[in-house]
Design a protein around this ligand. Sequence first.
Ligand code: IPE
Ligand code: IPE
Ligand code: MG
Length: 225
Amino acid sequence: MNSATHIAIIMDGNGRWAEMQGKKRVKGHEAGAEVVRKITQYCAAHEDIQRLTLYAFSTENWKRPRLEVEFLMKLLNSYLKKELNTYIKNNIRFEPIGDLRAFSSSLQATIKDVKTKTAHCDGLVQSLALNYGAKDEILRAVNKIRKSEDDITEAMLSNALDCKHDVDLLIRTGGDHRISNYLLWQSAYAEFFFCNTLWPDFTIKELKKIIKDFTKIERKFGGLK
Ligand code: IPE
Ligand code: IPE
Ligand code: MG
């Protein structure tokens, strides 16, 4: 049976969730943050899940209205500050991925603080993808290693990426069937699950069902059975 060692999620549908209730889009992001908390705690309590990598802000999301972007930055800052103790209590290590240099110095400081203060935790690794784009990640990695005199190997490139771990199970909520520049290299052999549920409505029950279905898939990695 497969083990969902590394789960990655494209948490989509916050804005639509809010709009469907006649609320402002940002209310959907607030509700979405609560689901991040619940899903993270569930994964932390399940030893076979070692990594949870959540898409929180893409390199393309800067195109959104300024007020929405500002709200997301504030929400991220307050979420991380509020969650720090929960991370430590649940032995969760926080490892952000993405190019953090684009953020304000105060937000960068918060991100760094949570990363440093959870560095000793050896349970679940929760990665938030922040100003993350897979193309950007690959380009940054190539630029890091291109001065090497040897030919670049798969291991060299993989090690130079922000996320160095292959994804087993990739979930996208919100009904769209695309990967929106997420973990392109790491998902080479991931199993994809797309669900219509908007992220603020996503439940532990739904995650459990997806994991259960995932465990039954025959993964062949190009081989035969
Ligand atoms: C995902 O929800 C969260 C972020 C991209 C930050 P959206 O904000 O994309 O919600 P929809 O897809 O517009 O409903
Ligand atoms: C992907 O969602 C990014 C995050 C969930 C952070 P988007 O809503 O930005 O993706 P597209 O624009 O529908 O592809
Ligand atoms: Mg969206």
